[in-house]
Design a protein around this ligand. Structure first.
Ligand SMILES: [Cu+2]
Length: 121
């Protein structure tokens, strides 16, 4: 009887471990578009947004103007408008390396408004 309980306990523990690891492996990474960013880069090559596939990059627009992330599908689908004071979740579905493939940018400004993201598998 005691042995049964112990082995059941192990299986439950193992199950919880699987659920918990799956849960903690996806993270929400918060990135704030600073007030005054306007037509300038959102960040720099030296401090890219770092994420893993499955994570969410939550962009908060702390600026006074609308911003929109331009992507070609990676690391997440092309962004919608993020109104001043608003936020948007970029669900990282594909790896993307700005250092290898170039900075992403603000759709409304163009390539000079760089957004550096390193999203690994
Ligand atoms: Cu675009």
């Amino acid at each position: 009887m005691k042995k049964t309980i112990t082995s059941m306990g192990l299986w439950i523990g193992f199950g919880l471990h699987l659920i918990f690891s799956a849960y903690v492996s996806a993270e929400v990474i918060e990135f704030r578009i600073a007030n005054g960013t306007d037509k300038n880069p959102w960040n720099t090559a030296n401090s890219p947004i770092q994420a893993r596939q499955g994570d969410v990059i939550r962009f908060y627009n702390d600026d006074m103007t609308v911003h929109r992330l331009h992507t070609n599908g990676a690391p997440c689908p092309h962004g919608p408008d993020i109104a001043a004071g608003g936020s948007w979740d970029c669900i990282v579905s594909q790896p993307y390396s700005s250092s290898a493939s170039g900075a992403l940018y603000d759709h409304y400004v163009g390539p000079e408004a760089q957004v550096w993201i390193e999203a690994i598998p």
